[in-house]
Design a protein around this ligand. Structure first.
Ligand SMILES: [Zn+2]
Ligand SMILES: [Zn+2]
Length: 394
């Protein structure tokens, strides 16, 4: 370590080279994500594997609650993300493996949360990690990362079911060409043109009745890069007073065996969109979640839109009342310590609340369940600001 500590960590202030620094750091974080066991060994940190994550007492602030600390070594979305749900150490150091290393090294040198001693310099963590991956900071190679990635992907078969399919998303501008944006339907429900435009929500301009978004108000779902990975659409038709499904009244009720077909559903997704792997507004909400340590978990996109419109940026939706495993992993990686559960006040929402709350508590989250007589999407901005905003950290 002593030898490695001499490794220079150039960080000149002239323009251009800072980008280089950030690129190197990204590469270093990726490289070490393939050697997490080595890293933990050298840091003297012991964690237990729990499915996709490593869990234990937080090695950054030094102990305390078991299971309050989670680290996600694999995953293409954010390998090396970690969270300390007892003291929020991930807010002090970056949620990367280098940031984690810096935290542990700092702890070993007497740093503590809120204490007087400063953390060890970034250069020390970088030098430590460079030694683990056997690379020189000044000569980190992208092709080394590519080679490791390839080997890693071929080895990791266990996680196939969990890692989202790597799929090229759509450009939002192309999606919007097929929409009347902002959506007249949602404008009519009290959503502002501003919020609908920001989320690119529009009514489908599609004449083909076979298209899944035909006669629907379309809500795009974005990935980390702002590409559209899929869309979900709310039927523009009201529910039928006799069968409850959303069909053209002129057509008469669908036959019994056809009733469950997705074209008659209130909400329908584009084919290939695996909603189990996504939370609506996850990437948009993430900075606010990290800042506040809290997240509102709601059923559908309109609930999120209403919360964001009223000033609650840290809100995500499940696309229903089930919390699927990959969605739980996203929540765990989000940096949230507390989940404010706001499913709809109806039979489905109540049942969902019970099971979702139990799953979240088992994973170490604090869960609060405020009760309201209307779903967030139907609330006035005023009510959201008064009753919900304070629960989400202002
Ligand atoms: Zn901690
Ligand atoms: Zn009907």
């Amino acid at each position: 370590v002593a030898a490695a500590a001499k490794t220079r960590t150039r960080r000149p202030s002239s323009s251009g080279t800072d980008v280089e620094f950030a690129d190197r750091l990204t590469l270093l974080n990726e490289l070490v994500s393939y050697k997490v066991d080595d890293l933990l060994d050298r840091l003297g940190v012991r964690l237990r594997r729990q499915g996709k994550k490593l869990a234990g007492a937080c090695p950054v602030h030094g102990g305390g609650r078991q299971d309050a600390f989670n680290l996600y070594p694999e995953g293409h979305t954010m390998p090396g993300v970690w969270v300390c749900r007892s003291r929020g150490c991930h807010k002090v150091f970056k949620q990367t493996l280098v940031g984690f290393t810096r935290g542990v090294l700092s702890q070993q040198e007497g740093w503590e949360p809120g204490g007087k001693k400063p953390p060890v310099p970034m250069s020390k963590a970088i030098a430590f990690v460079c030694e683990v991956v056997g690379q020189k900071w000044d000569a980190i190679k992208a092709d080394a990362a590519a080679a490791e990635r390839k080997r890693f992907v071929s080895e990791v078969t266990t996680y196939r079911g969990y890692v989202p399919q790597v799929k090229e998303g759509w450009d939002v501008r192309d999606v919007r060409k097929r929409l009347e944006c902002p959506s007249p339907y949602f404008l009519g429900r009290g959503f502002s043109a501003e919020i609908l435009d920001r989320f690119s929500v529009g009514d489908a301009l599609i004449g083909d009745s076979q298209s899944p978004m035909y006669r629907r108000a379309v809500v795009p779902v974005f990935d980390k890069q702002g590409r559209v990975v899929g869309t979900t659409g709310r039927s523009l038709l009201p529910p039928c007073s006799s069968c409850g499904r959303h069909h053209d009244p002129a057509d008469g009720c669908p036959a019994e065996e056809c009733r469950r077909l997705p074209q008659f559903a209130k909400w329908r997704n584009t084919p290939g969109f695996a909603k189990e792997h996504h939370l609506f507004n996850f990437w948009g909400a993430r900075p606010a979640i990290q800042k506040r340590g809290k997240v509102a978990l709601v059923e559908g996109p309109p609930d999120v839109l209403k919360l964001v419109q009223a000033g609650c940026e840290n809100a995500v939706a499940l696309f229903g009342v089930d919390l699927n495993d990959p969605q739980l992993v996203l929540l765990e990686m989000s940096g949230a310590m507390e989940v404010v559960l706001l499913l709809d006040p109806d039979k489905g929402g109540d049942a969902g609340t019970e099971t979702v709350a139990e799953t979240l508590r088992r994973s170490g989250f604090r869960v609060s369940i405020p009760r309201f007589d209307e779903e967030p999407g139907d609330m006035s901005d005023e009510r959201v600001r008064q009753d919900i905003l304070p629960l989400l950290g202002g």
